[in-house]
Design a protein around this ligand. Sequence first.
Ligand code: SAM
Length: 348
Amino acid sequence: DVRAVLNRVYTADMPDLRDIEYLLSLEDADQIDELYKFADNVRREQVGDGVLLRGIVEFSNYCRNTCAYCGLNKYNKQIRRYRMAHDEIMACLDKIVSCNTKTVVLQSGEEDELDAAWLQDLLFKIKDKHDIAVTLSLGERSDQEFEMWRNAGADRYLLKIETSDKQLYEKLHPEMSFDRRVECLRKLGSMGYQLGSGCMVGLKGQTTASLARDVQFFVREKIAMIGIGPFIPHSQTECANHACGDVELVCKMTAVTRIATKNTHMPATTALGSLGNGDMRLKALACGANVLMPNFTPVEYKKLYEIYPGKRCVNEPTGACSGCMEKMVKSIGRYVDWARGDTLKSYN
Ligand code: SAM
């Protein structure tokens, strides 16, 4: 029965593929509820009732990649490209810090032109001025760059695997290699970065079995932060006509991943909040998630960072999400944990 499978997934060092698939395929409302309650208990026991906030700054939308689902792909000539200057980014940092948030996520497309020394200087400035954890999310870069930024104070790196199915990955990412992506993650881990990854739900060609393997991937690679969001079609991509990822399946993935990976930090993703009726991030917080990511990108740039259309709160003033999120968290009987929220994984 469901309870026995849940216990097995929770206690196994590496959960069985069939057990994960079974949970992801549940259709009976009571059984799904049992899955969510179990995940919520694991979340409470492993990371507590606090919800961590990570302020995100999307500082550039230039990209050299050809990801078949992403609006920033290099073939999209419809978007205006931008790169923020140091001063503009530092102004966002001031706002993040004034909202008492202890982590900034610096994200961009995978920029050909990104100057490693420019980012190194920015990291020095940030670390000099603020006591804040810095997470980078810039895609695949050289070992030298990873090392340089780690030495300049970067604490964490987010590199989503998107799907752990090598064949599907390479179909959706022409000119990219799955093995290279995994190699980057391992390299980052070996340099002492706290590792973030994640996947999308609803990719064209994805199966429940491949989602189940994603969960095993997160366990195997000891990923400390895991973001799971729905695919949302963007008109300027090859996947323009493919349906959105199923919100319920995103929640099931969140729940199963929480149970299997235990003490990870898991955001209720903005993509999930951009779909469905009401704010589905509340649902994710109730079935395993423990992180929210207020957006601190200035409005004029936020609109241009269109990885998918209809992104939540894209017209809200910079940082407005922060206060809103505190209310959201209180409304479900939780509280904002104003800590940095470092990894709880041990790598020895
Ligand atoms: N360039 C960096 C990288 O490749 O890791 C980070 C930026 S990338 C735009 C951030 C994330 O956006 C991706 O990891 C992917 O999961 C998500 N994303 C892109 N297109 C999406 C879509 N159509 N629907 C939902 N999420 C999408």
